[in-house]
Design a protein around this ligand. Structure first.
Ligand SMILES: [Zn+2]
Ligand SMILES: [Zn+2]
Length: 405
């Protein structure tokens, strides 16, 4: 049997289990670093297929690793399939990471025997807290990608097409947390004794809105107030906010963060409070760098499953971020988007998107995506020209880099 037929056969047999996995994660969504039941479900599905799984890998309770060869025991080309399974607070799997997990498990189970037969290595790396914790960067720092040569995952999106497949770009993101410290006072009895920490936050929020007029079209700035005081009749002694600073370019991201920090300090000066600023409470996410040589294998395999893959659209400016960006700057990587067949205006991070992930169209899409991702991993093991093309493209864009470089 050809590798393609073997993969097609495998994903078809796995279909009910992958559908169930996506549904079970949807039914019990868990936010970043708390994905205990989710990772246990993934591990038990893998174990049922005879896979040796490590939960709690890389020093993270909800990280997972499975590999066709123990690390260092083999020297063939090493492709890592990446899984995510964290949900969003309050709106469940509105980013579709339940689908990402099902695609990754399906791709790993379908590709592992083929890759092993070719003398290559395949790993499944389960990465916690994509939404809020930078699990992939933590795994990078723990050495989890040290012997990985290339990596891939698939992320669901709205719409039926896969239009952003080759042109997909994300911004890098840094978080900036700020707490203003003022002085409490009776808000009516002796307001002159107070220094209002909430005024620090509000001034900062307004000033960032003004800063937003003078940033690049590829930058994004947004935030929320996380603590606005305890009661109206107490001048808030303490108030906090969390801002996200995004840019499509690493150098611009650093510069914009400095401008944000200056605004936060200015708000303290204006309100007679003190700003306690925490830059990067979680690791920065780098802008995604798609490897087009590898992605074109994904496109071919996905098209072969009966999908029309439109030519790459002009990438939108700005946009969301992913910690897969950090992996993509360490090794050649793919992160194609996968339309789930819903209306175009149901975008991730809206609760309606979570509901799309368990409809029959989503199951069809995820099974095809698993097959295409498996085919990409197999091609990486089988085709030295593909490996060379991927490596040359990666080197031409600057080679491996980390945030700390
Ligand atoms: Zn998301
Ligand atoms: Zn996501």
């Amino acid at each position: 049997m050809s590798a393609d037929a073997e993969i097609a056969d495998a994903v078809e047999r796995l279909r009910p289990e992958l559908e169930r996995l996506a549904r079970e994660l949807y039914d019990e969504p868990e936010i970043g670093f708390e994905e205990h039941a989710s990772v246990a479900r993934i591990a038990s599905l893998l174990a049922a297929h005879g896979v040796d799984v490590e939960v709690g890998a890389f020093g993270l309770d909800t990280a997972l690793r499975a590999s066709t060869a123990a690390a260092g025991a083999a020297s063939g080309p090493h492709f890592a399939i990446i899984a995510e399974y964290d949900a969003l607070p309050g709106i469940g799997h509105a980013c579709g990471h339940n689908v990402i997990a099902a695609v990754a498990v399906g791709a790993y189970l379908a590709a592992a025997p083929v890759v092993a037969g070719l003398g290559g290595r395949l790993s499944l790396i389960g990465t916690p807290a994509e939404e809020n914790g930078g699990g992939k960067e933590l795994i990078i720092r723990a050495g989890g990608f040290d012997d990985v040569d290339a990596a891939g995952m698939v992320h669901p999106s709205s719409g039926s097409g896969t239009s952003s497949v080759l042109g997909q770009r994300t911004t890098g993101v840094r978080r900036v947390a700020v707490t203003y410290h003022g002085r409490a006072a009776h808000a009516a009895g002796a307001p002159w004794l107070g220094r209002n920490a909430l005024d620090g936050v509000v001034t900062a929020y307004q000033s960032i809105a003004q800063l937003r007029q003078h940033i690049l079209p590829t930058d994004r700035l947004h935030g929320i107030i996380t603590d606005g005081g305890a009661a109206p009749n107490i001048v808030p002694e303490r108030a906090s906010a969390l801002f996200y600073v995004r840019s499509a370019d690493v150098a611009a991201l650093r510069e914009l963060t400095d401008r944000v920090v200056a605004v936060l300090e200015g708000a303290a000066l204006a309100t007679g409070t003190r700003a306690e600023i925490d830059v990067d409470p979680v690791p920065p996410y780098l802008p995604l760098q798609t490897n087009t040589a590898l992605t074109s294998r994904w496109v071919d395999a996905f098209a072969a499953r009966g999908h029309e893959v439109p030519p790459p659209a002009e990438p939108p400016q700005g946009g969301p971020s992913t910690d897969m960006g950090n992996v993509s700057r360490l090794v050649p990587s793919i992160h194609p988007s996968l339309g789930l067949g819903g209306p175009d205006d149901v975008f991730p991070h809206n609760a309606a998107f979570a509901d799309l992930t368990v409809l029959p169209a989503a199951t069809d899409a995820l099974v095809d995506a698993a097959a295409a991702l498996a085919a990409t991993a197999v091609a990486y093991a089988a085709d030295p020209e593909l490996r060379a093309a991927a490596a040359a493209e990666f080197a031409a864009s600057g080679g491996p880099s980390r945030w700390a470089d």
